[in-house]
Design a protein around this ligand. Structure first.
Ligand SMILES: NC(=O)c1ccc[n+]([C@@H]2O[C@H](COP(=O)([O-])OP(=O)(O)OC[C@H]3O[C@@H](n4cnc5c(N)ncnc54)[C@H](OP(=O)(O)O)[C@@H]3O)[C@@H](O)[C@H]2O)c1
Length: 288
């Protein structure tokens, strides 16, 4: 039985599936994407994390949300148990050198339009959990969050989250969304510990903290040595270092969630077993 935890009123799994890799550049085939989501759901995973902006530049927009919808509609399990989270406020494009980038678009009227498009692509009356993806520096943060509030008021989304926020931005969002703000999604992993302030603040506030790119991500090079302590414990335990990493993140508090990404069922299923790995006090001290 997978570990379940609460995000606001939702009872869901502490380990969700990060959908991004299945639809941005380098993604596997459509069939492999569906197979991967179905394998996760069949294993008991009850959270899928997608975004309006999960598509490869040059391909159709919102392919991540549409893949999620198709996977759920073609799955024979209990759809009502699955929390689907999506995000608005970013687009995809290429820069002048042909590299993919994430332009920000936080104008409130656009946030509202994106939210409605997300609900349509997901095929739902109301999105379970809708995040403001990232602050658009051209727009005061509170104005973007007003767009999220309008979507909650209109019933386009049930609950809200914020992503890539500082403590100050989180406070702005709380002042506008109140109790309807239930989750923060920030980058936290062995190579990105600088968000620990927001992680600890969420624990005090009773908000869920969802770690994005919990394994360091697959898109950017980073210092692999930062995973060495995790590899050592993995070797002692006879499990993958990815499992040790996710178990360490979940051990940071009962409000912690992880959404490992993958391109195939095998990696997700290995990661999904991380909630069964209980690290000792001594092991946690070696990793913290
Ligand atoms: N809010 C935001 O701004 C934001 C930004 C980035 C990401 N995210 C979310 O975070 C999710 C995860 O991030 P991510 O995909 O960038 O990075 P990640 O989860 O840190 O890493 C994904 C990589 O880890 C590999 N992997 C996963 N489990 C493994 C295992 N048990 N053994 C070996 N390799 C394993 C995958 O391998 P394979 O490719 O071989 O399957 C993939 O290459 C995204 O899908 C998205 O939902 C949010």
């Amino acid at each position: 039985m997978a570990l379940h935890r609460s995000i606001g009123p939702f009872d869901t799994t502490a380990i969700g599936l990060g959908e991004m890799g299945l639809t941005i550049e380098g993604h596997p085939s459509h069939e492999k994407g569906l197979e991967t989501i179905h394998a996760a759901l069949d294993a008991g995973c009850r959270m899928i994390d997608t975004a309006w902006s999960y598509y490869a530049p040059g391909e159709d927009e919102q392919t991540g949300e549409r893949l999620t919808r198709e996977a759920l509609e073609s799955w024979h399990g209990p759809r009502d148990e699955v929390l689907v989270a999506t995000k608005v406020g970013l687009r995809r494009d290429f820069d002048a050198d042909g590299r993919p980038i994430w332009p920000r678009d936080g104008r409130p009227e656009h946030v509202i339009a994106y939210g409605k498009q997300s609900a349509m692509a997901l095929g739902v009356d109301a999105i379970d959990l809708l995040y403001m993806h990232r602050h658009d520096p051209e727009v005061p943060y509170g104005e973007s969050i007003e767009g999220i509030r309008a979507l909650l008021d209109e019933g386009v989304a049930r609950w809200a989250g914020v992503s890539n926020v500082t403590v100050e931005q989180l406070d702005i969002a709380r002042s506008i969304l109140g109790d309807r703000l239930v989750a923060v999604q920030n980058q936290f992993s062995p190579i990105h510990r600088e968000t620990r302030d927001t992680l600890e603040y969420c624990a005090r506030l009773g908000l869920a903290f969802v770690c994005w790119s919990p394994l360091g991500g697959f898109r950017h090079p980073y210092d692999e040595h930062l995973f060495d302590p995790f590899r050592r414990i993995a070797a002692e335990r006879g499990v993958s270092y990815q499992r040790v990493t996710l178990a360490w993140e979940l051990a940071q508090g009962d409000h912690m969630f992880v959404i490992p990404g993958c391109h195939r069922p095998e990696t997700f299923l290995d990661s999904f077993a991380a909630d069964g790995l209980e690290l000792t006090e001594d092991e946690l001290a070696r990793l913290n």
